[in-house]
Design a protein around this ligand. Structure first.
Ligand code: DOR
Ligand code: ZN
Length: 349
């Protein structure tokens, strides 16, 4: 039945996980998000992580000013670390300067060196989150040289997350960019208030697209993409309409100089320019276009107790070629699927 659908109108989506960065990169990437998303969670792993509410306010004010769009909204989580100023944290949570808090295990990904390697240090902050019905957003990977990068999610869930769930039974939790069948099944089965964002690249790539002889830096992200069975499971949960799974691109731009010609490749894939279009293609392939709006525009808002957006976007089956780069005279960012034919297009919003 879905083959016949070539036009869709859905509630304007939200991107519940994105990296907007600062300065020139912010200027370049922000229009892609503002065009197709009503709201977003802008991650706090800036070069100077966001650890006080005045910095969070400054960052969100800056984004709103640059977005220059009446209805666009942005939320900024606190960056959990080992030296939390609890008073500032509590004010920031209560006054909504922080949209919950983000847990980066230290050295798990880009700009995570100030993250957490001893969970006990953050328990007082988690108490505050729980009391205020404010969410804990987790980069759920256990970093240990004895653990393969492909197993980090499983080990985090078994060793760290279980401990958090036991201690904070009412804490609202999101496992960000869920990447494995094990993780998605865990979220599905849990009776805890827990949900997951799902990226489009974790539903399109497997590890062969990254590590095949040389590493492909443009497909390298954290958590790394995994096996076919993981991709299939993520597609199944995301496309099923299951309310625990919702849209978060984890679109993570890096200038070409941090991707090519370096031994220290930064993790992150820039997907914003084609995000809605490729989620639509995936849902079409899974014969689930009827669940696209639930995933992209409803489940996240409901999980976060936020109203649904009132505007709509129209998506049509139109072929177009995604440009190779998003660039200006100073910055050059490789677009995910740059140079490739895209089959859907957002035509108005
Ligand atoms: O690949 C990633 N890039 N994963 C993350 O968790 C962070 C992000 C970034 O900031 O570049
Ligand atoms: Zn991220």
């Amino acid at each position: 039945m879905n083959e016949k659908i070539n036009k869709l109108s859905i509630i304007k989506p939200d991107d519940w996980h994105i990296h907007l960065r600062e300065n020139e990169v912010l200027n370049l990437v922000l229009p892609h998000t503002v065009k197709n998303f009503a709201r977003c969670i802008a991650m706090p792993n800036l070069n100077k992580p966001i650890i006080d509410y005045s910095a969070a306010k400054k960052y969100s004010d800056l984004i709103i000013k640059k977005a220059n769009s009446k209805n666009f909204r942005v939320f900024v989580p606190y960056y959990l670390n080992h030296n939390i100023d609890l008073k500032n944290f509590e004010i920031g949570i209560k006054q909504n300067y922080f949209f919950g808090a983000k847990l980066y295990p230290s050295n798990s990904t880009t700009n995570s060196k100030f993250g957490v390697n001893n969970l006990e240090k953050i328990y007082p902050a988690l108490e505050i989150l729980q009391e205020n019905n404010s969410p804990l957003l987790i980069h759920a990977e256990k970093v240990d040289e004895k653990i393969s990068i492909f197993d980090r999610e499983k080990y985090f869930i078994d060793n760290e997350l279980q401990e958090i769930l036991k201690r904070f039974q009412n804490l609202k939790i999101v496992i960000e960019h869920i990447s494995s069948e094990y993780g998605a099944q865990f979220v599905n089965d849990s009776s805890h208030p827990i949900a997951s964002t799902v990226t489009l690249h974790h539903m399109l790539l497997t590890k062969k697209d990254v590590f095949n002889g040389d590493t492909n830096p443009h497909h390298y992200c954290m958590p790394v993409v995994k096996n076919e069975k993981d991709l299939i499971a993520l597609r199944k949960f995301a496309c099923s309409g299951n309310k625990k799974f919702f849209l978060g691109t984890d679109s993570a731009p890096h200038d070409l100089k941090y991707k090519e010609g370096t031994n220290n490749i930064k993790a992150g894939i820039y997907t914003s320019p084609i995000a809605i279009e490729m989620y639509t293609s995936i849902f079409e392939e899974e014969n689930s276009l009827n669940n696209l709006e639930t995933f992209s525009s409803i489940n996240g808002a409901n999980f976060y107790d936020l109203p649904l957006n009132s505007h709509k976007i129209n998506i049509e089956k139109v072929n177009w070629i995604n440009p190779d780069f998003t660039e200006d005279s100073k910055i050059k960012i490789k677009n995910f699927m740059g140079g490739q034919k895209i089959k859907w297009k957002v035509v108005s919003n």
